[in-house]
Ligand binder design. Structure first.
Ligand code: VGL
Ligand code: ZN
Length: 198
Protein backbone atom coordinates (compact mmCIF):
# COMPACT_ATOMS: atom_id res chain seq x y z
CA UNK A 1 0.00 0.00 0.00
CA UNK A 2 1.19 3.54 -0.73
CA UNK A 3 1.14 6.73 1.28
CA UNK A 4 1.42 10.40 0.35
CA UNK A 5 3.83 12.40 2.57
CA UNK A 6 3.21 16.14 2.64
CA UNK A 7 6.27 17.87 4.00
CA UNK A 8 5.97 21.14 5.94
CA UNK A 9 3.18 22.89 4.01
CA UNK A 10 3.28 25.72 6.53
CA UNK A 11 2.86 29.48 6.27
CA UNK A 12 6.45 30.23 7.27
CA UNK A 13 7.74 28.38 4.19
CA UNK A 14 5.41 30.25 1.84
CA UNK A 15 5.96 33.71 0.31
CA UNK A 16 5.49 36.28 3.09
CA UNK A 17 6.52 33.77 5.76
CA UNK A 18 9.58 33.79 8.01
CA UNK A 19 11.62 31.39 5.88
CA UNK A 20 9.97 31.85 2.50
CA UNK A 21 10.45 29.34 -0.27
CA UNK A 22 9.88 30.78 -3.74
CA UNK A 23 6.64 29.36 -5.12
CA UNK A 24 5.99 27.48 -1.90
CA UNK A 25 2.30 28.31 -2.04
CA UNK A 26 2.02 26.85 -5.55
CA UNK A 27 2.36 23.27 -4.35
CA UNK A 28 -0.76 23.31 -2.16
CA UNK A 29 -3.05 22.65 -5.12
CA UNK A 30 -0.78 19.76 -6.16
CA UNK A 31 -1.21 18.24 -2.68
CA UNK A 32 -4.99 18.70 -2.71
CA UNK A 33 -5.30 17.09 -6.13
CA UNK A 34 -3.18 14.06 -5.16
CA UNK A 35 -4.78 13.23 -1.80
CA UNK A 36 -7.75 11.38 -3.27
CA UNK A 37 -5.41 8.93 -5.01
CA UNK A 38 -3.87 7.69 -1.76
CA UNK A 39 -5.35 5.45 0.94
CA UNK A 40 -3.12 7.16 3.50
CA UNK A 41 -1.98 10.79 3.66
CA UNK A 42 0.49 12.02 6.27
CA UNK A 43 1.67 15.58 6.85
CA UNK A 44 4.76 16.74 8.71
CA UNK A 45 4.93 20.02 10.57
CA UNK A 46 8.18 21.78 11.50
CA UNK A 47 7.40 22.55 15.14
CA UNK A 48 10.10 24.38 17.06
CA UNK A 49 10.20 25.71 20.61
CA UNK A 50 10.64 29.52 20.64
CA UNK A 51 14.31 29.16 21.70
CA UNK A 52 15.25 26.53 19.14
CA UNK A 53 18.99 26.11 18.52
CA UNK A 54 18.57 26.35 14.73
CA UNK A 55 17.54 30.01 15.05
CA UNK A 56 20.37 32.46 14.31
CA UNK A 57 18.87 34.81 16.90
CA UNK A 58 19.78 32.30 19.63
CA UNK A 59 23.51 32.68 18.91
CA UNK A 60 25.41 35.89 19.59
CA UNK A 61 26.55 37.64 16.37
CA UNK A 62 25.26 34.85 14.14
CA UNK A 63 23.22 35.38 10.99
CA UNK A 64 20.89 33.11 8.99
CA UNK A 65 22.80 31.02 6.46
CA UNK A 66 25.87 30.60 8.65
CA UNK A 67 26.80 27.14 9.88
CA UNK A 68 27.65 26.38 13.51
CA UNK A 69 28.22 23.27 15.58
CA UNK A 70 25.04 22.48 17.52
CA UNK A 71 25.65 19.77 20.10
CA UNK A 72 28.10 17.97 17.85
CA UNK A 73 26.26 18.35 14.55
CA UNK A 74 26.77 20.97 11.81
CA UNK A 75 23.77 23.29 11.89
CA UNK A 76 22.69 25.81 9.26
CA UNK A 77 21.22 28.79 11.07
CA UNK A 78 17.75 29.98 10.08
CA UNK A 79 15.51 32.93 10.78
CA UNK A 80 13.04 32.24 13.61
CA UNK A 81 10.38 30.06 11.96
CA UNK A 82 7.64 27.53 12.70
CA UNK A 83 7.46 28.28 16.41
CA UNK A 84 4.95 25.96 18.08
CA UNK A 85 1.41 27.34 18.20
CA UNK A 86 2.22 30.45 16.12
CA UNK A 87 0.46 31.39 12.89
CA UNK A 88 3.56 30.71 10.81
CA UNK A 89 3.72 27.12 12.02
CA UNK A 90 0.17 26.29 10.94
CA UNK A 91 -0.49 24.16 7.90
CA UNK A 92 -1.67 26.58 5.21
CA UNK A 93 -5.39 27.21 5.09
CA UNK A 94 -5.70 26.19 1.45
CA UNK A 95 -4.56 22.67 2.24
CA UNK A 96 -7.44 20.17 2.43
CA UNK A 97 -7.00 19.01 6.05
CA UNK A 98 -9.89 16.56 5.79
CA UNK A 99 -7.73 14.40 3.52
CA UNK A 100 -4.87 14.14 6.06
CA UNK A 101 -4.91 11.08 8.33
CA UNK A 102 -2.10 12.01 10.67
CA UNK A 103 0.36 14.85 11.35
CA UNK A 104 3.89 14.25 12.67
CA UNK A 105 5.79 17.07 14.37
CA UNK A 106 9.55 17.47 14.07
CA UNK A 107 12.28 19.76 15.38
CA UNK A 108 10.69 19.85 18.83
CA UNK A 109 13.92 19.42 20.83
CA UNK A 110 15.62 22.73 21.61
CA UNK A 111 19.16 21.51 20.93
CA UNK A 112 18.54 19.34 17.89
CA UNK A 113 17.12 20.13 14.45
CA UNK A 114 15.15 17.75 12.29
CA UNK A 115 14.93 18.06 8.55
CA UNK A 116 13.62 14.57 7.95
CA UNK A 117 10.08 13.63 8.86
CA UNK A 118 11.48 10.29 10.07
CA UNK A 119 14.41 11.19 12.33
CA UNK A 120 16.06 14.11 14.04
CA UNK A 121 19.35 15.16 12.44
CA UNK A 122 22.11 12.66 13.11
CA UNK A 123 19.33 10.08 13.54
CA UNK A 124 19.43 10.81 17.24
CA UNK A 125 15.68 10.24 17.64
CA UNK A 126 12.84 8.83 15.58
CA UNK A 127 9.62 10.81 15.09
CA UNK A 128 7.73 7.51 14.93
CA UNK A 129 6.69 8.10 11.31
CA UNK A 130 8.56 5.11 9.81
CA UNK A 131 7.29 2.67 12.43
CA UNK A 132 3.75 3.97 12.04
CA UNK A 133 3.79 3.68 8.23
CA UNK A 134 4.95 0.06 8.56
CA UNK A 135 2.16 -0.68 11.03
CA UNK A 136 -0.32 0.69 8.48
CA UNK A 137 1.04 -1.70 5.85
CA UNK A 138 2.72 0.98 3.76
CA UNK A 139 5.55 -0.13 1.46
CA UNK A 140 5.76 2.86 -0.89
CA UNK A 141 5.80 6.58 -0.17
CA UNK A 142 5.26 9.54 -2.51
CA UNK A 143 6.91 12.62 -1.06
CA UNK A 144 6.28 16.30 -1.84
CA UNK A 145 6.42 19.66 -0.11
CA UNK A 146 8.89 22.18 1.29
CA UNK A 147 11.71 22.50 1.02
CA UNK A 148 13.26 20.31 -1.71
CA UNK A 149 16.83 20.88 -0.52
CA UNK A 150 16.18 20.29 3.19
CA UNK A 151 13.14 18.54 4.57
CA UNK A 152 12.01 16.83 1.38
CA UNK A 153 15.52 15.59 0.62
CA UNK A 154 16.21 14.27 4.09
CA UNK A 155 12.79 12.63 4.34
CA UNK A 156 13.33 10.92 0.99
CA UNK A 157 16.82 9.68 1.89
CA UNK A 158 15.54 8.30 5.21
CA UNK A 159 12.53 6.65 3.54
CA UNK A 160 14.91 4.91 1.13
CA UNK A 161 17.19 3.79 3.93
CA UNK A 162 14.18 2.36 5.77
CA UNK A 163 13.37 0.28 2.68
CA UNK A 164 10.31 2.15 1.39
CA UNK A 165 9.87 2.40 -2.36
CA UNK A 166 10.24 6.16 -2.56
CA UNK A 167 8.84 8.54 -5.14
CA UNK A 168 9.40 12.29 -5.33
CA UNK A 169 6.50 14.34 -6.70
CA UNK A 170 8.68 16.98 -8.32
CA UNK A 171 5.76 19.25 -9.29
CA UNK A 172 4.91 19.44 -5.60
CA UNK A 173 8.37 20.50 -4.38
CA UNK A 174 10.11 23.88 -4.12
CA UNK A 175 13.59 24.67 -2.77
CA UNK A 176 15.10 27.21 -0.38
CA UNK A 177 18.15 27.53 -2.67
CA UNK A 178 20.58 29.21 -0.25
CA UNK A 179 22.89 28.53 -3.20
CA UNK A 180 21.22 28.83 -6.61
CA UNK A 181 21.34 25.17 -7.58
CA UNK A 182 20.64 23.47 -4.24
CA UNK A 183 17.20 22.18 -5.22
CA UNK A 184 18.46 20.74 -8.52
CA UNK A 185 21.34 19.09 -6.72
CA UNK A 186 18.97 17.68 -4.11
CA UNK A 187 16.87 16.08 -6.88
CA UNK A 188 20.04 14.49 -8.32
CA UNK A 189 21.05 13.24 -4.89
CA UNK A 190 17.64 11.69 -4.24
CA UNK A 191 17.66 10.01 -7.66
CA UNK A 192 21.19 8.68 -7.10
CA UNK A 193 20.07 7.20 -3.78
CA UNK A 194 17.29 5.28 -5.52
CA UNK A 195 14.29 7.62 -5.43
CA UNK A 196 11.91 7.59 -8.39
CA UNK A 197 11.47 11.17 -9.55
CA UNK A 198 8.03 11.78 -11.02
C1 VGL B 1 13.13 23.39 6.78
C2 VGL B 1 14.92 24.74 7.19
C3 VGL B 1 14.62 24.76 8.53
C4 VGL B 1 12.30 22.65 5.76
C5 VGL B 1 12.82 23.39 8.12
O1 VGL B 1 11.11 22.35 6.03
O2 VGL B 1 12.85 22.33 4.67
N1 VGL B 1 14.18 24.06 6.32
N2 VGL B 1 13.57 24.08 8.99
ZN1 ZN C 1 12.92 24.32 10.99
Amino acid sequence: MRALLLIDLQYDFCPGGALPVEGGDEVVSVANALMAEFPLVVATQDWHPADHGSFAAMHLWRKPGQVIDLNGLPQVLWPIHCVQETFGAQLVAGLDKTGIHRVFHKGTDQGLDSYSGFYDNGRRKSTGLGEWLREQGISAVHVMGLATDYCVKHSVLDALSLGFETHVVSAGCRGVNLSAEDADRAMEEMAAAGAIIG
